[in-house]
Write a protein that binds this ligand. Structure first.
Ligand SMILES: [Zn+2]
Length: 155
């Protein structure tokens, strides 16, 4: 059985206990501002705490807050104070393996192009999609969705 660290934040110096039993590795991302898509507002000078091992945002707080945990915390600072941070976008309809039909018809792409070539193209498309801010996509039409999800997670 594992125990999930319970993060808290306060305005003290963030001292940790000597009896820590696990280590939590966090990114402390200091931002210029963060966009909240629910409230549709920008919040200035926010700090995003991200678990380095899981990629999960564990806390969004004010500049000056420290992260406290019952576990030992290793913090890696990331300075994005000159930037605006947005949540990851979601595209629910992508075709990573296809390219424009003006270049090659759909039939020819599927019947004449090699799987290796199509896979290379899909990898490039996936990287461009990620770099454009889309952290979640739903590929349509193909059956190996779960396999690709695992492959992308390892990139
Ligand atoms: Zn489509």
């Amino acid at each position: 059985m594992t125990t999930t660290p319970r993060p808290t934040a306060d305005n003290s110096n963030g001292a940790t206990s000597q009896s820590d039993v696990a280590k939590v590795r966090l990114y402390k991302i200091r931002t210029g501002q963060v966009f909240d898509p629910i409230e549709r507002v920008m919040f200035a000078r926010q700090v995003i705490w991200v678990d380095r091992d899981t990629g999960v945002v564990v806390r969004l707080g004010e500049e000056g807050e420290t992260f406290r945990s019952e576990f030992e915390v290793e913090v890696t600072d990331v300075d994005l104070t000159k930037l605006t941070v947005l949540p990851g976008f979601v595209d629910v309809h992508v075709h990573l393996f296809l390219h424009p039909y003006a270049e090659t018809s759909w039939d020819d792409q599927l019947t004449k192009e090699s799987l290796a070539g199509r896979t290379i193209r899909a990898t490039v498309h996936a990287k461009k999609t990620l770099l454009a801010g889309f952290t979640t996509v739903r590929r349509v039409w193909l059956d190996d969705e779960a396999e690709l999800r695992g492959d992308l997670a390892r990139l």
